[in-house]
Structures are given as C-alpha cells and as structure tokens.
Design a protein around this ligand. Structure first.
Ligand code: ZN
Length: 295
C-alpha cells in the first residue's frame, strides 16, 4: 500500500566502532544512499541502544563484560575483528535496531534495521565478525512482547551456527537456514534446519525451507537475515545474480505475507571485491525495495 511507512532503524553509532570493515561500515553507505535516493515509504529511525541486561539475558555475563571493558583481551576480540573503546556502544546501537525493528514489525507488519554481524556470535564468545547475536536478543524481546513463536530465516551465504547454538537460551525461537557456504555449519535438527544447496537449486531450496515450517500461522515474527554475500560479486564467486537475489526476496516476503507473519529484516553479509560500494549498496536496497512492495 502506498501509504504504508516502513521504519528502518539506523544511527551513526552503528558504524562508530573504529573498526574499518564492511560489516561495521556498510550501514552508513546504505543510509547515505537512502538519503540521496529514497525508497518511497521508507523512513530512517534511530533505535534505542540495547542494554547490558538485554545482552546478559542471552549471552554469558563474562563475555558481555569482556566486550564492555576490553578484558580479557582474547575474549573481547573473539569476534575476529578486534576490540576498541567504542565497540560496545556501536554494537549496542546496532542490536537495539534489530530489537526495535522486531517490536515495530509486530505492530506494523514490517520493519528493518541496517544491522550486520549477528548470526555467528555464540552465548559465550564472538565469532566470524559477529560480536553479539542481535537476532537472539531481538527474538527474546519479541517473545516477551507476545510473539508466541519467532522464526529466524537465515539466507546469508554462511550458516547461522551461532544462532542455532543459542536456541536453548530463548524457548520459542526456531530457525530455517539456507546457505551456500559451509562456514559455521551445524547439525540440522528440528528447530534449527539447515540446507546447503548449489547455486542452481538455491531458490527451490529456499521455497522448500519455508514450506518446511510447521504451522506457520503460529509464527508471530520472522527475523530475516538477508545477507547479500550469496551474490557472485559480494561474497560467493559463482553465486546468485541480481535477478535471483530479487526473486529470493520476493519468495521470503510473499511467503510471510501469505501467512500473515510480520517480518523484521537486517542486512547481514555482503562484501566488497569485486563489487564496489555502490554495487553492494544496490544489492542491499533490493531487500528494502521488495519489502516495500510486500505490504
Ligand atoms: Zn555471510
């Protein structure tokens, strides 16, 4: 509907960790693109930062303290991208955006956050460029707000092994995961189902994964980890092209709409070389554009 407003959470703090990587920097490029060339019906909104208590409810206290204060250094740096004085506040902002997108989507049907670096983080440590698992933090908030069940749909190129390892921290959270890389692979099981298709079977596998969800009308919220590293230029040589990426987004949003399920989406993976910043931003804009067409 033309008058639908989609709240897309972001603040400068997302990228203010002082760590210069695509994961930490890309939200600023996407936000700048949206300011210069808006997607109709989308507005950027600053979130409330996640609190230490929110992190501590799903992560180990010792790990939360390590990221806040930098010691022990090995634990504070377990995300694989390093630690700075500003890391905690940056990740708190970015995680707060996922939580606010989840709660907003439960009211409006759809929302997003320009957050990345979530799904590899474990309860007790970071992993694979991910510091805290904002998907799990947001799932807990949504369940406390009455979502009933929260389904993480992880279509990043890499497996969401961190999220899968934290299911027991948040009863009511489940995951379906279609990945092109076996990085962070885990044993597929009820509640956390993983597929590893080829490029040619990718889209039909996404459909199969969504169709495998039991009683989808009982799902109160989808948290969509919309990684663009499935694209041939943004992380997966030989991976999907632009049309296939757009089709993937249509499959996800159409499936959620057909079952009346709210969706909160995040950016997740997507990397430079060979693609440029402009090309990477264009890929992430596909998710936002398709989201606006889905309501
Ligand atoms: Zn990835």
């Amino acid at each position: 509907m033309a008058d639908t407003i989609i709240d897309l959470y972001w603040s400068e703090a997302y990228g203010a960790s002082g760590i210069e990587l695509e994961t930490t920097r890309k939200s600023s490029f996407v936000a700048a693109s949206l300011a210069a060339d808006p997607v109709p019906g989308v507005r950027l909104v600053a979130p409330s930062p996640a609190t230490p208590d929110e992190f501590g409810a799903v992560h180990d206290g010792a790990y939360v303290d390590a990221v806040r204060h930098g010691t022990p250094a090995w634990l504070a740096r377990s995300n694989g991208i390093g630690w700075t004085d500003e890391l905690f506040s940056a990740v708190a902002a970015s995680t707060g955006g996922v939580r606010d997108a989840a709660l907003t989507a439960m009211r409006t049907g759809i929302a997003g956050s320009l957050s990345s670096g979530l799904h590899h983080a474990r309860a007790g440590e970071g992993n694979g460029f991910c510091t805290f698992n904002g998907l799990v933090v947001a799932a807990r908030a949504a369940l406390r707000a009455g979502a009933g069940r929260v389904l993480v749909v992880d279509l990043d190129a890499h497996c969401g092994g961190g999220t899968a390892s934290m299911l027991d921290r948040v009863p009511g959270m489940e995951q379906v995961d279609v990945s092109l890389s076996s990085f962070d692979e885990y044993a597929s099981r009820p509640g956390a189902r993983l597929w590893l298709p080829t490029r040619d079977s990718y889209l039909e596998t996404v459909t199969e994964a969504l169709d495998s969800v039991e009683d989808p009308t009982g799902v109160g919220l989808v948290l969509y980890n919309a990684g663009m590293d499935v694209h041939w230029s943004a992380g997966t040589p030989g991976g999907l092209d632009d049309d296939q990426v757009r089709r993937r987004e249509e499959l996800l949003f159409d499936w959620a709409r057909s079952h009346g399920i709210a969706v909160a989406f995040v950016l997740a993976g997507g990397y430079l070389s060979p693609c440029t910043w402009d090309e990477l931003v264009s890929l992430h804009r596909i998710t936002i554009e398709v989201a606006t067409c889905s309501r």
